[in-house]
Design a protein around this ligand. Structure first.
Ligand code: RI2
Length: 308
């Protein structure tokens, strides 16, 4: 798997979804290790670091991407192995990340489904494998549930969600993003995914999520976030802000049809922790206020790297 090609696919969103881009980056680093022509361990790590930088620069908001790269690089850099065992270590670490990530999504489904009741109508936004894992698991347990899916303008990932859930046999209603307030009275729980979670429990997710959270809060509807622990952003402990990606205006409308009009396209927004009832992780369910605790447990090992 070519690093530049993979980065391009992530940038263009041919490969998308915070968990998916992390796993894809890990796979790309694995291939990079397998095909490396480096003659020394030092040279090998240097090449791996360069590849990691290219992958990380593909999309700025989902911390899952740099977390995956750093997980692998940290192991390589902190070992004193010779070239061959070092390569094997990197390959095994990439495999470990991918496997753990897949298991985390499954576990989130098992844990989160406990929060879904028979007869619930659930609203979800965009297309999150973690959020859908909760919904699908609850349905497979025999719970009679219905789902409202927002379309998620401008790229319509909600269409993927609607198709995915229908395939599973779950009744789905597709609505435009701006219709949420009309339907909120019919909704028992909102479940969304996350691209990044800050140390204060603020959730960065697909644009529109924070509006949805406001509406849920106004109508006293539970608002859940489903996220693997590698979606937590360690650098926010040091005060770093999460960059919000702004993509090309042409995703919103053809600029040629709007001469003289400025078109903006931020693709994520920030939901304050006050609007989040629970975060469902593979380690268990937690309030957003416990984010620091999770970050300390999960990322103690990279703290020293971040200070450099
Ligand atoms: P999972 C997506 O980003 C959405 O914002 C989604 O909620 C989030 O990643 C998490 O998705 P995009 O790549 O990792 O569509 O739960 O911009 O699949």
């Amino acid at each position: 798997m070519d690093i530049e090609k993979t980065a391009k696919k992530i940038k263009s969103m041919e490969v998308r979804g915070a968990g998916n881009i992390a796993r894809t980056a890990a796979l790309a680093l694995k291939t990079c290790a397998e095909t490396s022509k480096a003659k020394t361990s030092k040279e090998f790590v240097k090449g791996l670091k360069e590849a990691g930088d290219i992958l990380i620069s593909a999309r700025p908001s989902a911390v899952s991407l740099p977390n995956a790269v750093r997980f692998i690089l940290h192991r390589a850099e902190s070992s004193n192995l010779d070239l061959l065992p070092l390569k094997e270590l990197v390959i095994a670490t990439a495999d470990e990340f991918i496997k753990d990530s897949e298991n985390a999504v499954k576990r989130i489904g098992e844990i989160g489904s406990g929060r879904i009741s028979d007869g619930d109508t659930i609203l979800t936004h965009c297309n999150s494998q973690a959020a859908l894992s909760v919904i699908k698991t609850a349905f497979r347990q025999g719970k009679d549930i219905k789902v409202f899916a927002t379309e998620a303008r401008p790229r319509y990932q909600g269409h993927i969600t609607a198709r995915e859930l229908t395939k599973e046999g779950i009744p789905v209603t597709l609505i435009v993003d701006s219709a949420v307030r009309v339907f909120i009275k019919d909704i028992d729980k909102v479940i969304v995914g996350a691209d990044s979670i800050a140390v204060n429990g603020a959730v960065v997710n697909k644009i529109g999520t924070s509006q949805l959270a406001l509406i849920a809060n106004e109508s006293r509807t539970l608002f859940f976030v489903a996220a693997e622990s590698y979606k937590f952003h360690p650098a926010t402990v040091l005060g770093e802000l999460i960059e919000i990606e702004e993509r090309d205006a042409s995703e919103v409308a053809d600029p040629r049809d709007f001469k003289g009009v400025k078109i903006r396209n931020p693709v994520f927004d920030v939901t304050p922790p006050e609007y989040v009832d629970l975060i469902i992780t593979e380690r268990g369910v937690m309030p957003p206020q416990a984010a620091l605790m999770l970050i300390k447990e999960q990322f103690g090992w990279i703290h020293s790297d971040m200070q450099e």
